[in-house]
Write a protein that binds this ligand. Structure first.
Ligand SMILES: [Zn+2]
Length: 295
């Protein structure tokens, strides 16, 4: 299992940290987790051919997790020669309605798709790169999931859990991937949550939101929706994970002194390995499921 971080930032515009995104390579599948603004650029920078992406999993429908969905669908299709495999998009409702509103009949990109399929100039370019007209629109399927679902991506078992974030307007999900003796959990966006701890119990690697330095003045109503550095550490410790990878990091953590202080405070709570995520960081994930540790 290999993880590449595509975006470790927040909704705030940042050249250092793009909005949420990660790339998981496992058992022959190329899976993108969330695709906020700029994550598509990081995907290309990582050396990954967008056409190789088989699945896109969305944790929730905040724009900093979805803005580059359209780029992934359209840019992987535009340069294809017709031999492109369909993309499966998985996430909470109303994802199907959103994708139809983007790519379907009457959708935002209907004319773009139509002109690339019908205009003689576009078809000439299509033929020049090996395509054989007529050309069809991008192929995508949506699988809407809810917390508690269990799905399979090839041979990879995926459990879907509930994050604690922006309910009830947004359904917010977390995912656990189990393959080759490794259990990897992606938190999506979550505040401190006992349900999430139970979901992540015993996982080998946890990729989790670390939104702000504990003690930062945050409106009381927001406290439950996004985790501070101490809350992430407490959740990782309670879940018994071995490695904690931090993402969704606000700029305050890029101050070396703040980072050093936060790291020490987290290490006092969580005894496993703490990794401060950066865009394009690559990690090999190794598990202990073979030892019967994961439940
Ligand atoms: Zn969010």
């Amino acid at each position: 299992m290999h993880l590449t971080l595509l975006g470790t930032g927040t909704p705030s515009p940042s050249l250092r940290r793009r909005s949420s995104g990660a790339l998981l390579g496992v058992a022959g599948e190329t899976i993108v987790l969330d695709h906020g603004g700029g994550a598509f650029d990081r995907l290309v920078e990582s050396g990954t051919d967008p056409a190789a992406v088989t699945h896109l999993l969305i944790s929730h429908l905040h724009s900093d997790h979805t803005l580059d969905l359209a780029r992934l669908v359209l840019q992987r299709w535009d340069q294809s020669d017709g031999g492109l495999s369909p993309l499966t998009i998985i996430g909470p409702a109303p994802l199907a309605r959103i994708c139809t509103a983007l790519f379907g009949e009457g959708g935002a990109f209907e004319l773009d798709i139509r002109v690339r399929c019908e205009h003689p100039a576009s078809l000439a370019f299509y033929a020049a790169r090996g395509g054989v007209p007529p050309r069809g629109p991008p192929q995508w399927t949506v699988e809407e999931v809810i917390a508690g679902a269990r799905i399979k991506i090839g041979s990879v078992a995926v459990r879907v859990g509930a994050a604690q974030h922006m309910e009830p307007i947004l359904e917010c999900l977390c995912y656990c991937f189990e393959a080759n003796g490794t259990a990897f959990v992606y938190s999506g966006d979550t505040g401190y949550s006992k349900d999430f701890i139970a979901f992540a119990k015993g996982c080998d690697v946890l990729l989790a939101m670390c939104q702000y330095l504990d003690g930062t003045p945050v409106p009381q109503l927001a406290r439950a929706t996004a985790a501070s550095h101490l809350e992430v550490a407490r959740m990782a410790a309670a879940a018994g994970t071995r490695t904690l990878v931090l993402t969704h990091l606000s700029e305050q953590f890029d101050d070396p002194l703040v980072r050093a202080r936060a790291h020490k405070e987290m290490a006092d709570i969580f005894s496993g390995t703490i990794v401060w995520g950066e865009d394009l960081m690559r990690l090999s994930l190794h598990g202990s499921m073979a030892e019967g540790r994961f439940r």
